[in-house]
Design a protein around this ligand. Structure first.
Ligand SMILES: [Zn+2]
Length: 260
């Protein structure tokens, strides 16, 4: 009888040890997998849950199997990083919501992986247009993409801003979708994807207007007339503001939750 109890005891101890070892090994594996995903890829995956993205072996993978290289491994200068931006490059700068003036050459969000944005929002004006929805924006109808809930998010922003009637003049003559390249560059503007809105140009500043003939790497003067209470409403809902760029464009807001 005594021997029988010893055998039972040994059997139970072995089972507990196996379970512990098994779960420890499993947890270690999960931590390892989690940690091998670069932080930019994690932010992208978490910021666009509707896209159901995955990461593996330097690729961002879409549910249809299409893969986009995360990091092309190339070292780039300031202009090259804007013109030939991979997903990793999009996260090379920090979106700074604290400084009242952008730091030298901090243009976080001005770089976009064209391959990623075309895949998500459309590869042509016609493809993007197929997903546009008109949003009531003060006295206007502003087309924005329905993808990733961008048009719905702009509706919420419009509602919140409408509660501040003293700001109304900033929203007149706004514009949004326009398939075009960035002024003076070959890359597509965020307006091409239906994710950006320009508010009233009359109250806006743009780096080249106040710094004529300056190149992109020159040191420039900053100017802004857009109240921060407008900026904060957009930012709360995942839109970045062009007024936070060293190469400022203060009328410009763009849906980029991965950078917030
Ligand atoms: Zn704009």
């Amino acid at each position: 009888m005594k021997n029988f109890f010893i055998i039972i005891l040994i059997f139970v101890s072995c089972t507990i040890a196996q379970t512990n070892n098994g779960s420890v090994a499993k947890n270690t594996l999960m931590v390892e997998n989690h940690d091998t995903i670069p932080s930019g890829a994690k932010k992208l995956i978490l910021s666009y849950p509707a896209l159901n993205l995955k990461y593996s072996d330097n690729y961002i993978i879409f549910p249809d199997g299409e893969k986009i290289v995360y990091d092309d491994g190339r070292k780039k200068g300031f202009i090259e990083q804007l013109d030939d931006c991979d997903i990793e490059d999009m996260f090379s700068m920090k979106y700074d919501t604290v400084s009242m003036q952008p730091k030298y050459l901090n243009d976080c969000g001005r770089g976009r992986s064209e391959q990623f944005f075309k895949k998500v929002y459309g590869k042509s004006a016609a493809e993007v247009s197929a997903n546009l929805e008109k949003v009531n924006w003060f006295s206007q109808q502003i087309p924005m993409t329905k993808i990733n809930g961008v048009s719905d998010t702009l509706k919420i922003i419009a509602k919140e801003l409408a509660q501040k009637p003293h700001l109304k003049k900033y929203f007149e003559k706004s514009s949004s979708f326009y398939w075009r390249q960035v002024r003076g560059a070959k890359r597509l503007s965020a307006h091409s994807y239906g994710i950006a809105i320009d508010i009233n140009v009359a109250n806006s500043t743009y780096w080249l207007w106040a710094n004529k003939n300056k190149s992109e790497t020159d040191s420039i003067k900053y100017a802004n007339k857009i109240p921060l209470e407008i900026v904060r409403v957009f930012e709360k809902h995942g839109f970045i503001w062009g007024g936070r760029w060293y190469h400022y464009d203060t009328m410009h807001f763009e849906y980029r939750p991965e950078l917030m």
